[in-house]
Ligand binder design. Structure first.
Ligand code: ZN
Length: 440
């Protein structure tokens, strides 16, 4: 399974980085929000890679304590000065319009316009990402430097939008494996032109799904592309019957910036997915952070709510809110790097490889050491951790347990276990094929 599952060459890694950058560039201009045609267009593009089932949930539908909002769509939005020049223009950046702005078209003074304008005095060249989800209102966001240039006078304000009963759209890809037990991969898809927070997660999830369509896997996979918070709440409320099948899960976000990896643990803290990523990060020999669970951040808040308590962690590079570009126009195409994207993709594949291959083996020659030299394995014994594998494969310890105890990497131990299985010294305890023959 090693060669098919993991990236094996530098060229392959390079190509994935290019492809992720190109996909992000394609999704970047689209105006996404919690609902609307921008989300549909995004899902149609993701579908080319992941093979999606699209869901449309009517406005007003209930999901636990939440109600599906009205659908929001924008055709255009601008503010023009007395000479008819557009001083704020949605066509230049969709961040200029506050998400969920209601329609307006009239003239007003600067004093009247001013309370509707949002900027960042500390970052005068960046446009902040703002919304008005919870109050029916309208507003514009702009560079503070541009705000300061606005002169007294009459302005024409136009928000050509609709906010009415419609649907909330989300995408789901289910890839059956050899077992109905599932790995959940979830990414939020509700941000407009922001690359690291949102597009990096969506794009990496899309390309992971494409790879898993092509290689055999033991687990079934469920990929969710949904608006943050309300999307995962809707999915959980409509799929309670499937939740017990989720054995591992990971929320993807902020995976394209050049910062170090941050893994946020599931609420359980010691779930196999938590241990798998802690193991991989420890062996990466790069600075990283493993963060205990907090009921904040992305959709693990819902997956790890006490009524579900699913084993769902989150992989990020620099976490949300911890980089100044977060939720501003500076989270743009230049902020996400193809090497970082490829590195994140490879780390996630490695995590899935650990989960796919973590199993218990039984030493079939447990009384004293078997003679490895006679089987041509003595030379590799130390490198592949063969003595560790033989000693701890008593039916109690999985490969990940052995990796943690021996300090050896999981991937190396997997090769060692394959070698011992080949000469009849180890037998996997569940299934019997060593995970090499999943369903396509
Ligand atoms: Zn965000």
């Amino acid at each position: 399974m090693t060669n098919e599952f993991l990236l094996s060459t530098e060229q392959e890694r390079e190509a994935i980085g290019q492809e992720l950058s190109a996909l992000i560039a394609r999704l970047y201009p689209i105006c996404r929000s919690k609902t609307g045609n921008g989300v549909r267009e995004t899902m149609r593009i993701i579908d080319e890679f992941a093979g999606l089932e699209m869901h449309e949930v009517p406005s007003g539908s209930q999901a636990y304590d939440w109600t599906v909002p009205k659908e929001w769509n924008v055709t255009d939005a601008w503010v023009s000065d007395s000479r008819g020049r557009r001083v704020i223009d949605f066509q230049q950046s969709n961040l200029h319009l506050l998400g969920y702005s209601i329609p307006v078209h009239r003239k007003m003074s600067l004093a009247e316009l001013r309370p509707h304008l949002h900027s960042l005095p500390d970052r005068p060249d960046w446009i902040p990402f703002c919304n008005t989800f919870h109050r029916e209102d309208w507003g514009f966001a702009l560079r503070h430097a541009d705000l300061e240039k606005l002169e007294e006078g009459e302005y024409e304000v136009c928000v050509d939008s609709t906010l009415k009963d419609g649907h909330l759209t989300y995408g789901e890809a289910y890839l059956p494996g050899a077992t109905p037990d599932e790995i959940l991969i979830s990414a939020h898809s509700c941000h407009p032109s922001l690359c690291n927070d949102n597009l990096s997660g969506i794009s990496i999830a899309a390309l992971l799904a494409r790879r898993l369509h092509a290689v055999p896997h033991r687990y079934s996979y469920r990929f969710l592309f949904l608006p943050g918070t309300i999307g995962s709440i809707i999915w959980l409320s409509r799929n309670e019957d499937k939740v017990s099948r989720i054995k591992h899960g990971i929320v993807l976000a902020c995976l394209g910036d050049p910062g170090n990896f941050t893994y946020a643990q599931s609420r359980r803290g010691n779930a196999p997915v938590d241990r798998a990523f802690a193991h991989l990060l420890r062996h990466s020999a790069k600075p990283h952070r493993v963060k205990p669970f907090e009921p904040e951040g992305y959709d693990q808040r819902q997956y790890c709510s006490p009524g579900f308590n699913l084993p769902v962690g989150s992989l990020m590079r620099t976490p949300y809110g911890a980089y100044p570009e977060y939720h501003t126009s500076a989270d743009d195409l230049s902020f996400v790097k193809k090497d970082a994207l490829a590195d994140s993709y490879a780390m996630l594949l490695s995590g899935l490889f650990v989960l796919e291959n973590d199993r218990k083996y039984l030493n079939l020659s447990p009384k004293c050491e078997p003679h490895l030299g006679r089987r041509g394995l003595y030379g590799q014994a130390a490198e592949l951790g063969l003595w560790w594998l033989l000693n701890l494969s008593d039916g109690e310890n999985s490969l990940l347990d052995i990796a943690e105890r021996s300090g050896k990497s999981f991937e190396v131990l997997k090769r060692g276990a394959d070698a011992l299985q080949q000469v009849g010294l180890l037998r996997p305890l569940d299934g019997g094929d060593g995970g090499t023959k999943g369903a396509a």
